[in-house]
Design a protein around this ligand. Structure first.
Ligand SMILES: [Zn+2]
Length: 451
């Protein structure tokens, strides 16, 4: 496949263009010039440029503020022998200047001295010059584009003014991701719940507990409700592969609680939302923002899109679903397959000086006694990084058993008939812990963040 863009007699042609490029990939092609008139020139410049552009409306002035950061600029040298002599491009002739770039693993240290994550190559975001079929959930205030730029320069005298008789450029789609790193999670967003991260850097376990009261006015607790959830692998950009969310809901009551006070709550629904956060700023970010940072920082922009990616409704089921584990402890275990939203491209998580992209899954369980919920930070990576995570993981997927995709999911396409006995089917599938207990592997010896 070839791709080019032309501005008056000049095109940038990329040979064997890939759907997208990752770090270490080679981008080669040629700048082709067919001048309309004889053109005297000094040199041909060929560059690979990565640019972030943001804009925001100033809170104080109410005016638009724009920012541009060229975080990557590499030149491909044109050999002396490749130039015509004398340096005149003759009308009607075609001149070809080859180039070859390798996308670097990271940016120069001088690009940012605050955060290592800002020195990684961010993915393309919102570049309208690309043939993306789908929306990447970015606002027009945050754009990241990579381009091959060709320019013919003419400098009359040594230091004199230079003119650009010809120029052309073409966009290069870049999708990069890096090994998940706990330092890249905005932990402040997970206060009030326990977040635990696996040794593989990806597995996320979250825990939330709630005391159940006898009545609205009564302060005495008659039971405890605990919601645990884990996600053991990242989503993969441009790949429709379900990510299993493992859920464990527990109810327990003290031994002294009167039998007449015991009311095991009924599960009414389970819903999962995917939140897509795009942060943008017109000044380099000096801290790692989270959704509530905007309250304190009016210069920070946040664009959010939410998608309901799973929804199970149990209000029509009458039978109880709790499995009795002991006289005062009951539980429900389930595996929920999470799909990425249709007609969207989820670019990998990243932080850069002006723009950041993060994802979060919110699990909400509605019970007859009220709601209990959890937020789990998740990542979208490239297939290459997802493979590395899989190889490192102490949580092999087989440990969890088979994905139960037969669950009645209200958010799925409408041609699914509701399963009459969805609730009992749901609970018949357990949270399959590996031998020696996954809890022992995952809940201990990791970075547990308690607030
Ligand atoms: Zn920075």
């Amino acid at each position: 496949m070839r791709n080019c863009s032309s501005v008056s007699g000049m095109v940038v042609v990329v040979e064997s263009k890939k759907p997208y490029y990752d770090v270490g990939d080679c981008i080669s092609g040629a700048v082709v010039i067919t001048p309309k008139k004889n053109t005297e020139f000094s040199e041909v410049l060929i560059t690979l440029e990565g640019t972030a552009r943001t804009w925001n409306v100033s809170a104080n002035l109410g005016t638009r503020v724009d920012a541009k950061n060229t975080f990557l600029k590499m030149s491909y040298p044109v050999e002396e022998d490749d130039y015509p002599s004398p340096r005149i491009l003759l009308a009607g002739m075609t001149y070809k200047f080859n180039f070859s770039f390798v996308l670097p693993e990271r940016l120069l240290d001088s690009e940012c001295d605050r955060f290592a994550s800002h020195r990684q190559l961010p993915p393309t975001v919102g570049d309208l010059g690309l043939p993306w079929e789908f929306d990447d959930c970015s606002p027009n205030m945050a754009r990241i584009a990579y381009q091959i730029v060709g320019k013919v320069l003419h400098i009359k005298d040594g230091d004199g003014p230079r003119s650009v008789p010809y120029s052309a450029s073409t966009s290069i789609p870049v999708i990069t991701s890096y090994m998940p790193d706990v330092r890249n999670i905005p932990h402040d967003n997970y206060k009030g719940q326990e977040l635990s991260l696996g040794d593989d850097g990806f597995t996320r376990l979250c825990l939330s507990t709630k005391a159940l009261k006898k009545g609205i006015i009564s302060r005495s607790a008659v039971g405890d409700l605990t919601l645990e959830a884990s996600i053991s692998k990242p989503f993969v950009s441009l790949k429709e592969e379900p990510v299993p969310l493992l859920l464990k809901l527990s109810y327990s009551h003290g031994e002294k609680v009167k039998k007449s006070d015991i009311r095991i709550p009924k599960v009414e629904s389970v819903a999962v939302k995917l939140r897509v956060y795009t942060y943008f700023s017109t000044v380099p970010m000096a801290y790692m923002p989270h959704p509530k940072s905007r309250v304190l920082d009016p210069r920070l922009g946040l664009y959010q899109e939410n998608f309901k990616i799973a929804n199970y409704n149990f209000t029509t089921c009458s039978q109880t679903a709790w499995a009795k584990e002991s006289d005062n402890h009951y539980s429900i275990n389930a595996t929920i397959p999470l799909m990425t939203p249709k007609e969207r491209v989820l670019v990998p998580n990243f932080w850069s000086c002006l723009i950041g992209r993060q994802y979060e899954v919110e699990l909400d369980v509605k019970l007859s006694s009220g709601n209990i919920n959890l937020k789990i930070p998740v990542e979208v990576t490239t297939n290459k990084v997802a493979e590395r995570v899989r190889n490192m993981s102490t949580f092999k997927e087989k440990d969890y058993g088979v994905l139960d995709t037969s669950l009645h999911d209200d958010s799925a396409s409408e041609d699914h008939d509701p399963l009459p006995d969805a609730f009992s089917r749901w609970t018949s599938r357990g949270l399959h812990l590996p031998a020696g207990s996954a809890e022992a592997i995952s809940w201990q010896g990791n970075i547990a963040l308690k607030t």
